[in-house]
Ligand binder design. Sequence first.
Ligand code: ADP
Ligand code: MG
Length: 333
Amino acid sequence: TTDIRLLCSGQIITDISSVIKELTENSMDAKSTNISIALQSDGLKQITVTDNGTGIPLNDRDLICKRYHTSKIQGVTQLSTLRSFGFRGEALNSICSVAGKVTIITQTLDEPIGEKIEFRPNGEILSRSHLSVGIGTSVIVENLFVNFPVRKKFQESKLKKESKEIQKMITSYGVANPEIRFVFRSDPSVTILKQIAKSFEDNLVAIFGTTLFSQLFKIHYVFKEIQAEILCFIPQNTSDLKILTKSRADNQFYFVNKRPIQGSFFAKIINKKFRNFSSSRSFPFVVFMLTIDPSEYDVNLNPKKDNVLFHNKEILSEWLEKTFSEYYIPKQK
Ligand code: ADP
Ligand code: MG
């Protein structure tokens, strides 16, 4: 519909990590508790994301890869109450247009047998056949950018950096979702695996290990003025700090309603307070989760949706300034 068009701002599939991001978020939106991501040739040859979610309803399948087809919202007015990752209905269509081939295997609870569907670059169906795989969805993306030599070359030139980014992204999703088991395989390398965890803390131990976890301090705060809550794990304010990281991207995880966020004002404040305190130039390990009413912010800034605009930013930043000034008191020299 025309409403949905308003939400769309161009190209979202620029690299392998954006394919993985979109497919993984679709799996999470489908209420999966088990998500597996597998790459062949670092993803250039094949990207497969398999989940045990709801599956794609039979009636939706004709349209699933068509532009602006989404089952998640009916119009822009619903954006302010949105809880899902997706809402533009662009991702599958864009992936089809830049991949050599896209295949979806899916089965819902209502069906005795699943279906395997192959799509054309314009999102139309090329073939369908029955296949039994169990409830859930598998999306297979082959030969990404095969008809886009410039983009393919560029992607090939930054594969190492890209694979670091992918690891960080999947780790982020793992951190934010204790209730989901994540499997990541990049052939021929080993599987990285996180089982379902009972609590947020257990989950951090499962991902980062007990040594790191034991050096963390937990801050939990519920705001009164706005519907918001912060859960944060940061290095303890002792002199014996082992969990410093050189590069900011490596070991800092910021989320707004489970959505990983880049370059936020939270990061700036926390890093500043920590550096004053530790008098080092490194960045601390941080897990920072803001849970906030969707009407309090806008994620619809760019297609990657990894930046946000808050209506009550002052309330949040004041709390951060105060809390972290009191926690990380610089030592007297
Ligand atoms: P969006 O996520 O913005 O709605 P997408 O192009 O990513 O758009 O997906 C289109 C639609 O396909 C979704 O709205 C959803 O109904 C369906 N879909 C995609 N992936 C899955 C999945 N793994 N499980 C169930 N449904 C899915
Ligand atoms: Mg989506």
